[in-house]
Structure formats: structure tokens, C-alpha cells
Design a protein around this ligand. Sequence first.
Ligand code: GCO
Length: 261
Amino acid sequence: MNSLFDLSGKRALITGGTHGLGMAMAKGLAEAGAELIINGTTPSRMEDAVAEYESEGYKVHSYIFDVTNDANAKENVDKIESEVGPIDILINNAGIIKRVPLVEMQTEDYRKVIDVDLVGPFIMGKYVARNMISRNQGKIINICSMMTELGRDTVGAYAAAKGGLKMLTRNMATEWAKFNIQVNGIGPGYFATEQTAPIRKKGHPFNDFIISRTPAGRWGDPSDLAGTAVFLSSRASDFVNGQIVYVDGGILATIGKPSNE
Ligand code: GCO
């Protein structure tokens, strides 16, 4: 049974793998035997990340490029394939959020969120899939969100992007399944990361809200995502296509309960 989840000999490219959920999923894939290729955009942040990976015994290949820049992304996908080897697994994890009420949001800020969170996965998926198609094999995982299914005040741009990412995932699956490429998504619930730090502070109303809104009664730990990432990267998911697997402590399963219960 273990061999179903064995990633030995597989190369995994994780965008935005320098921190947070991307790093946690990357470590999970490495534990299952994958060779790690990490993308980031900031040299200093990449340096710190490589040091952290290596301090924990993980060897990583690091590439600095912007997933929203078509030429830069293509150039680096080609570089990775020639310098490291074929990319067997792509995790489109790089993403940003801007929490602003829609009526106040600058259009360029809205476009930036869509660009990173929805156009980036398209660009990376296109160039990596071209090579996977030639090898008739590959795994692509798009990192979605609770906002793929639910709205929330101030995250309209992010919700639009992450909602679109669900349908992009389904369309990638539709077009590429015939080439033995499985494309799926992971929808994290609310996790304790840098990105949620501002709304997770003890006593912050949102922190209390999430604890009560999540049946598991806690924020997710980034390591809670590793198992699902390994599953969707391994041959255990060879007949799974176009699915979004929500790792959310039960949020989407429930309408919630009155705060005084
Ligand atoms: C927010 C949070 C969420 C989470 C995650 C939920 O402001 O509501 O940042 O967007 O980060 O995406 O799945």
C-alpha cells in the first residue's frame, strides 16, 4: 500500500515554496521521496528558505522567477527541465491576497490579485503541461481556498481568482486527462500562516469566529496539508481528475452554530 504514495524518483516544482503552505507541502512531498524544486520571487527570501529546508535535511533546487511573467516562466520551466530534469509534479501554490472592500479597491490591485492567483497557474500549467503531454504523464495541483466556494467581506478579488481556479482546474483536467495528466485542487481551510497572521491574533474577532466556525475547533497547521498533497501527487490518485479536495476542518460541511452555543 505504501508504494501507492511513494514519490521516489519524482521531481516536484512548488511555486511560492519559500514559506507557509507551499513549504509545508514541499516538505511532505520530500518525505515521500520527491526531489524538490522551489520557486520564489525574492532572492533574500529564497536564501532563507533554502537554509531552512537544508537545516531540516531537505535538498532543494531553487529558481527565482515571476509566474505571472509569461516569458520568464517559460524560460525557467525550460531551464528546470534541462538542468534538473522532467517536472513530474507541479503545485501551483504562489498566491497573494489584498483585503479591501470592493467599492474601495483600486482596479490595479484587483488585477494584481487575479494575475498572481489565476493567471499565474494558467501560465505555469500551460508550459509544464506541454512537457508532461510529451511524456504522457504528470500531476498538477492548484491551491484553491475556502473562497473558492464562499465569499467574505474584503476578499472579493481573491474569491474571484480562487473561484476561477476551480474551473481552470476542471478545464485543465478535461483537456489533459487523455495524456495521463491528473489535475486537481486542494482547498485549504483557515491555516496558521503568515498570510493569516493579521486576522489570527488572540482576541481578534476573526480568530474567535474561525475557531467557532470550524468543526475541528482550531486553525489548520500547515503540516495538515502534506498528506493530501502527497496523495494528489502519487499514483494513488491516477484516476482522480478535476477534483478540489478541501482540507478545512469541516468548515464547508456545516452552516455553523450560534456563537453562544
Ligand atoms: C481570509 C484568509 C483566507 C485564507 C484561506 C482560506 O482573509 O479570509 O486569508 O483567504 O487564507 O484562503 O481558505
